[in-house]
Design a protein around this ligand. Structure first.
Ligand SMILES: O=c1ccn([C@@H]2O[C@H](COP(=O)(O)O)[C@@H](O)[C@H]2O)c(=O)[nH]1
Length: 265
């Protein structure tokens, strides 16, 4: 079954489009977990136990795991999340010449979907796109303030670069496995992209810590029954000051976000 069909089933089963971002920043993990061999794994396990009923997907950003112990923590985390039947989207933002991209695409052996950077063009993404059973989310209009610097540039055709990327991604969707990353911090752009590509599911980051628009995120995220709205710090560090019970606040935060988003979908 295709990734977006599986994601759609998960969304229907738990009535949630919440993606819980597992950005396990070691500097913010509670002190008592630092005695563990793999503190990030110990942290994530408690977060997953507390949030999985509300999680349509988990989204670990690989930046928080790119060291020796980090990678082991990431592997444990992914196996545990998938053991709870929650798909895992690896936020890796890869893309390179074809020979290198084919190695980056091996990351999909450990996850259900990945984020990729389209800047180097079609051949840099082919090794990902050819994995028919995996999801490939292409960066389109990102949530950071600097998203305007390049993505908003107007092309000779009059459209902006992010709109062009959205149309290209639609063309790259021969296997039905392409989605787009469009931030909640620019709701007008989110709406525009949704109008342009009605059939591509979105990953919408930027609600919570970045202050993005939850209503627009929920309204435009979904296509073909699939789509995700992500919050990372707003969920996993909700109980930062709660000591050993930190995960309970994360469970509440995930549940609350699910309720908030469900008002608009
Ligand atoms: O446009 C983008 C693309 C990716 N991200 C990533 O999503 C999470 C957001 O974390 P918060 O703590 O909820 O702000 C993080 O991993 C980013 O690298 C994004 O924010 N915007």
């Amino acid at each position: 079954m295709n990734f977006f069909d599986r994601l759609g089933e998960r969304i229907s089963a738990i009535d949630s489009i919440v993606s819980v971002g597992l950005d396990a920043d070691v500097d913010r993990i509670p002190d008592h977990l630092h005695d563990h061999d793999l503190p990030r794994w110990a942290f994530n396990r408690r977060i997953i136990d507390a949030t999985h009923e509300h999680a349509a997907a988990y989204k670990p950003n690989v930046a928080f795991y790119e060291d020796r112990n980090g990678w082991a923590a990431l592997e444990e985390t992914i196996a545990y999340a998938r053991g709870k039947n929650v798909p895992v989207l690896l936020d890796a933002k890869r893309g390179d010449i074809g020979n290198t991209a084919r190695k980056y695409a091996n990351l999909l052996d450990m996850a259900d979907a990945i984020t990729v950077n389209p800047y180097m063009g079609r051949d840099s993404l082919d090794p990902f796109l050819s994995r028919q059973d995996k999801g490939v989310f292409v960066l389109c209009r990102t949530s950071n303030p600097g998203g305007t610097d390049i993505q908003d540039l107007e092309l000779a055709s009059g459209e902006s670069l992010y709109e062009w990327v959205a149309s290209l991604a639609d063309l790259w969707n021969a296997n039905g496995n392409v989605g787009l990353v469009v931030g909640a911090t620019t709701p007008d752009e989110l709406e525009e992209v949704r109008e342009r590509v009605p059939d591509l599911p979105f990953l919408v980051p930027g609600v919570g810590a970045q202050g993005g628009d939850a209503e627009a995120a929920a309204t435009y995220a979904t296509a073909r029954g699939a789509g995700l709205v992500n919050s990372s710090r707003g969920i996993i560090f909700a109980g930062e000051d709660a000591g050993e019970d930190f995960h309970k606040a994360s469970g509440q935060a995930a549940k609350q976000l699910k309720k908030q988003l469900n008002q608009y979908r």
